[in-house]
Design a protein around this ligand. Structure first.
Ligand SMILES: Cc1ncc(COP(=O)(O)O)c(C=O)c1O
Length: 392
């Protein structure tokens, strides 16, 4: 048998691949399974943006390798978008790098920034790839718990002083997956101060910047003096529904961008030029707020149907998820029972060890699918509650 690398012990199968595989098995056996687990936006991209892709694909030079750091038109569009949304000035030549979607860039950047044994701070709950990024390259992953009250913000008081001192990278993600929280300016100032004190790179994942329902998404780069410590990640996957196109951007400190770019240029050859043209069109002319209105209505539907089933959660102000504490505190068991009952949900443990007591529901499905899934979930919930009710 060929041997695998030792690091494969750290690398567990990607949670949504496992759930998808199990759903496929069940469907092949004729079972009807509703998927409320993965976030795979169903709302259509803009026809204008799709037309821009088709037109650009037909251009005689589009098949060529793209510039490593991305097409200049798209880098300029990203800088203009930052100016409009956040009043943040970026140099499109040195402070923007176009990526093959944010997932790979968020993992690759640790290659440029951490040595084996360094500490990488990850939120719990948090997007699973942050945790894997550190583990893959021999770093020590340390959880920063997000406190439910009041806003699912990072609780630095629970970090050991030694871990803070060794932290080379800290991932934050607001608007947040999975809680839907948005960050306060005061919290952002604290993060930047922490990174300045400990010489830590703050990696701010803005995947849901365009899907905010109550309040506003802010960039960490709005904090005066933050830029030398910051890398911020954008994606067209959520607000623009272009997740299958694989395009994103890293912005921030020119020095850090050049370092991560050196890794990127060595391991990939950039994004298809026609996709970059269409992504620039999306930033200038698409209207993600129309998609945000639909997700907001779905959020209200899900929150109210959960309430009808006796499940109260705080209304998430952003992103495309409901983060739900489960009776008895075992989200894995509940997710297994729910799948057997015909509804897939994401178990909280996928987002961190302290998040076991939750499940995550994704809003990227039409109302009828959400309603069908929630009916099934309500029945599972009633059963899960029963022992607790009997014992009190
Ligand atoms: C917080 C967060 N960051 C990054 C990503 C990855 O997005 P992309 O499609 O750009 O790789 C996701 C996808 O769900 C996400 O939720």
């Amino acid at each position: 048998m060929p041997r695998l690398a030792d690091r494969m012990v750290q690398l567990t199968p990607y949670v949504f691949q496992s759930i998808g595989w199990e759903m496929a098995q069940r469907r092949a056996r004729g079972e009807d399974v509703v998927d409320l687990g993965i976030s795979d936006p169903d709302l259509a991209p803009s026809p204008r943006v799709v037309a821009a892709l088709a037109a650009a694909a037909a251009r005689a030079t589009s098949h060529r390798y793209p510039p490593y750091r991305g097409a200049s038109g798209l880098r300029q569009a990203v800088a203009a978008w930052y100016r409009r949304h956040f009043d943040v000035v970026l140099d499109p030549e040195r402070e923007v790098w176009i990526t093959l979607g944010s997932k790979e860039a968020l993992v690759h950047l640790t290659l440029a920034l951490v040595n084996p044994g360094d500490v990488v701070l990850v939120p719990d709950p948090g997007y699973p790839s942050y945790r894997m990024a550190g583990a893959l390259f021999g770093a020590r992953t340390v959880d920063v718990p997000l406190s439910p009250a009041p806003h699912f913000l990072p609780d630095l008081s629970r970090l050991a002083p030694g871990d803070a001192a060794q932290a080379r990278v800290w991932y934050v993600n607001y608007p947040n997956n999975p809680t839907g929280a948005v960050a306060t300016p005061a919290a952002m100032r604290d993060w930047v101060a922490f990174c300045q004190r400990h010489d830590t790179v703050l990696v701010s994942d803005l995947a849901y910047a365009e899907l905010v329902y109550d309040g506003r998404a802010a960039s960490v780069l709005e904090i005066p003096g933050a830029k030398p410590w910051v890398l911020e990640s954008l994606t067209w996957s959520k607000g623009h529904s272009l997740q299958g196109w694989r395009v994103g951007a890293l912005v921030g400190s020119a020095e850090l961008i050049q370092a991560v770019g050196r890794v990127e240029a060595n391991v990939n050859a950039g994004v298809f030029l026609a996709i970059q043209d269409a992504a620039a069109e999306a930033l200038a002319h698409d209207h993600p707020e129309t998609r945000a209105r639909r997700y907001r209505a779905r959020r209200d539907l899900v929150v109210s149907r959960l309430a009808d089933a006796g499940i109260a959660i705080p209304v998430p102000p952003a992103a495309v998820y409901c983060w739900v504490p489960v009776p008895g505190g075992d989200g894995d068991a509940l997710a297994r029972t729910a799948l057997a009952a015909g509804v897939a949900v994401a178990p909280g443990s996928a987002f961190g060890p302290a998040s076991r007591g939750y499940i995550r529901l994704s809003l990227t499905h039409p109302d009828a699918v959400l309603a069908r899934g929630l009916d099934r979930l309500a029945a599972v919930w009633a059963d899960a509650r029963e022992p607790a009710t009997l014992s009190t």
